[in-house]
Design a protein around this ligand. Structure first.
Ligand code: HEM
Length: 385
């Protein structure tokens, strides 16, 4: 190849790798914004602010009330729902403004995320910097993000029903679950473009890498189950009862676990069962994560993958301790919010560990066994998503 052509090809490859890295960094920023959103959502719920805005106005709702008359109109609306009569009766305009601002900030931040995501997508698209094959996934994430706004409103609307002072736990879990799914998808895609790969350095090491990867995978699924169970715990305020650990009213499995009929209702609406399920799944997830960390410590050489697995063990230990403290202190708002935000940290480290552990093919394949040199990694990241 003539020198000029070779030079041009190398430059194009570098451009593509730079484009992929830029897209990865943008997705990381959006994921970080979703993380803040999850924490804000926890604070909104725990401070009882979630039902203060009774309208869904995606465009007009961007601005807070700008006149006394508008404040009065919104306050009057709020005074029509059971939560006002049963929980906040007579708290006045000052009390209303206190709960209004958190809900408004939560919605405002959601709009900001939408803007950064849609704006970034358009910008990278028009400049041709989106790696091949990634466009459908990025469009799907855009649609899911829009859907999350609608699911949020669907959840809030359930709190206005005649006999309710809080939202439906099912809808709360749908809203939390979709937020976590969006976060995981954004982070997974970003890490596919940016994360440092690691891998076995000899055929003998392949089984160890495969086994650690499987253990991290198991931890991820158990963590997801524990998080959804945590959503039900929060949704029916199950943390306000059975404030002892590890026993619940002196028993390991609380009395009345199957109290409700039909049986599946216990999964979401029976305080004893919901709290027990969360403890059980959290304990299984923690054991799986500690197992993966221990296996990585013993069987993998030092490097990014091993560090991520050890980080997973540490993050889960912190999460477990925060959960127990939240329960024993009867769910102070700040601690509940921290427990919710740290759940996202656990998910982050788990996905990072998974990204850094390669999927090793069945037979030993020497060509795939050594970690690629630094320069080659950048080029391979393009196709890693
Ligand atoms: C792997 C460990 C754990 C994970 C991943 C986890 C995750 C979560 C999540 C995602 C929530 C929902 C937060 C929300 O929607 O606001 C939650 C709530 C909760 N968790 Fe955990 N949790 C873990 C361990 C524990 C433990 C060990 C306990 C106590 C024994 C605990 C007690 C609670 C309580 C009381 C709530 C409800 C807090 C509230 O009302 O805001 N968690 N957890």
């Amino acid at each position: 190849m003539p020198f000029d052509d070779a030079h041009a090809a190398a430059a194009t490859g570098t451009d593509r790798a730079d484009g992929a890295r830029a897209v990865g960094r943008w997705l990381l920023v959006v994921a970080a914004m979703v993380w803040i959103m999850v924490a804000l959502g926890g604070a909104t719920r725990l401070s009882g602010s979630g039902l203060s805005i009774m309208e869904w106005a995606p465009i007009m709702g961007t601005l807070p009330p700008l006149s006394d008359a508008e404040w009065q109109r919104l306050y009057d609306l709020y005074r029509t729902i059971p939560q006002y009569a049963l929980v906040n009766q007579g708290f006045g305009m000052e009390g209303f403004k206190r709960i209004f601002w958190l809900e408004w900030a939560h919605r405002f931040w959601g709009r900001a995320i939408g803007l950064v995501y849609a704006g970034g997508l358009l910008w990278f698209w028009l400049r041709g910097r989106i790696p091949a094959g990634l466009k459908p996934r990025l469009l799907l994430l855009l649609a899911l993000g829009g859907m999350q706004g609608a699911v949020g409103w669907f959840m809030v609307a359930s709190g206005f029903d005649a006999d309710r002072t809080a939202v439906s736990p099912w809808r709360l879990v749908a809203h939390l679950g979709l937020a976590l799914a969006l976060y995981a998808a954004l982070l997974w895609t970003a890490l596919g473009l940016l994360a440092r790969r690691d891998g076995p350095r000899s055929p003998d090491a392949v089984p160890a890498w495969r086994s650690v990867r499987r253990q991290v995978q198991a931890s991820v699924w158990l963590l997801v189950a524990a998080m959804l169970a945590g959503g039900f715990t929060a949704g029916i305020r199950a943390g306000l009862d059975y404030n002892t650990f590890p026993l619940m009213d002196g028993r390991l499995v609380p009395e009345g676990y199957w109290r409700l009929e039909p049986a599946w209702l216990n999964l979401a609406e029976n305080v004893a069962a919901v709290q027990f399920n969360h403890r059980l799944l959290a304990t299984l997830a923690a054991l799986a994560a500690f197992g993966a960390a221990l296996a990585a410590w013993r069987r993998l050489p030092g490097g990014p993958a091993r560090r991520a697995c050890l980080g997973l063990g540490a993050a889960v230990a912190l999460q477990y301790a925060l959960g127990v403290a939240t329960l024993l202190l009867v769910v102070p708002a700040w601690l509940g919010t921290l427990h919710q935000a740290n759940a996202v940290l656990v998910l982050t480290v788990a996905l990072l560990a998974l990204r850094r552990l390669p999927t090793v093919a069945a037979g030993p394949e020497p060509a795939r066994l050594s970690p690629p040199p630094r320069r080659a990694r950048a080029a391979s990241r393009r196709g890693a998503a």
